[in-house]
Design a protein around this ligand. Structure first.
Ligand code: HEM
Length: 312
């Protein structure tokens, strides 16, 4: 191959790799202050209602496991599709949409049409963990938002009534392993679940109310979840299921060593955040996280908005 052709090929490869992978510096030039725009709003939301940290963390998980981390979970139903919000795993339990709306509005005021809703969810998940006393990590960015959502695609989410083999299969389908399954299940160190989903007879709290905490230190992100699981006090059947091999040894390790849990959790969050992301020219940056952009933007001459909405 002539050397000029080699150089062009090399430059092309470099260019393609630059546009086709997530990076921590994605908004460095286009929206340099995005993290400091987002953080105070999450902080206030969690101060007003500590459970919001759990709800925002769960939103990112439910986004990534259903057709990838593309903010499909945030789309309201339209005349052409029924979205994910009314599917059984989400209906009556997924929360935090208004916080996402508020943050999106703030970002549109500072850096219009730049920051994707899928990236907002990834940042919110990290900030929620940090604000609950858990570990921080550098969030990989550059995801684009989907043009549609699909209620039945939520079948890919793990079922809280299943055993460890079934849970592991769902995680493997996402490119995640047993360590990721056990570490990510540690997210149940914060937040609540409906008592109707509780494994075993109703506890005191469930006799009196509809929801109960998943963990004994429910607003603190720590390794208490694993101690509870080992003591047979897992809230969901899927929490108890981690007592079986091959998950059991990992549960024991995290119960002994919180730092190990934090290290594996952050690693698994970055892996989860990379599931089937839309990159480069794929997808769009939604202006409202609840709906795809109008074709009008394209007509008004904004090339980045062109043609996409027509698909729906
Ligand atoms: C291992 C498979 C998993 C199953 C079967 C599962 C299932 C559930 C269920 C049934 C609830 C309660 C929902 C309701 O009340 O209707 C819940 C809550 C929650 N889940 Fe999971 N989950 C799993 C993994 C994860 C992962 C990977 C994360 C995040 C990384 C996560 C984060 C949460 C949080 C934070 C809550 C509490 C939400 C709130 O209080 O609003 N879960 N999960």
């Amino acid at each position: 191959m002539p050397s000029s052709l080699k150089l062009i090929t090399l430059l092309l490869c470099l260019f393609l790799s630059a546009v086709s992978s997530l990076t921590t510096s994605y908004y460095e030039d286009t929206c340099p202050h995005l993290q400091s725009i987002i953080f105070p709003t999450v902080q206030l939301a969690i101060k007003n209602e500590p459970r919001m940290a759990a709800s925002l963390l769960r939103l990112h998980f439910h986004d990534c496991f259903v057709q990838g981390c593309d903010a499909s979970v945030l789309l309201d139903d339209t005349s052409t599709f029924v979205g994910e919000k009314t599917a059984p795993p989400n209906n009556n339990s997924l929360r935090g949409f208004e916080i996402v709306d508020k943050i999106k509005q703030d970002l549109e005021a500072h850096c219009p049409k730049i920051v994707s809703c899928a990236d907002i969810l990834a940042i919110l998940a990290r900030d929620s963990v940090v604000l609950s006393g858990g570990p921080g990590w550098e969030v990989q960015l550059g995801r684009k938002d989907s043009f549609s959502a699909n209620k039945t695609a939520t079948n890919s989410l793990p079922n809280p009534f299943r055993d460890v083999e079934d849970l592991l299969e769902k995680f493997k389908n996402m490119g995640l392993n047993v360590t990721d399954l056990v570490a990510l299940s540690g997210a149940h160190t914060i937040g609540k679940a409906r008592c109707s989903l509780r494994a075993g007879p109703a506890n005191q709290i469930c006799l009196a109310s509809e929801n109960a905490y998943l963990d004994t230190t429910p607003v603190r992100f720590d390794n208490e979840y694993y101690l509870n699981v080992l003591a047979g006090k897992g809230f969901l059947q899927s929490d108890k299921a981690l007592l079986s091999p091959p998950a059991r040894d990992i549960v024991q390790a995290y119960a002994r060593d919180e730092l190990k849990f934090f290290k594996d959790f952050t690693n698994a969050m970055v892996k989860m955040g990379g599931i089937e992301t839309l990159l480069g020219a794929q997808g769009e940056v939604r202006q409202s996280c609840r709906k795809i952009n109008e074709i009008q933007d394209c007509k008004l001459g904004d090339a980045s908005m062109c043609g996409k909405s027509l698909k729906n």
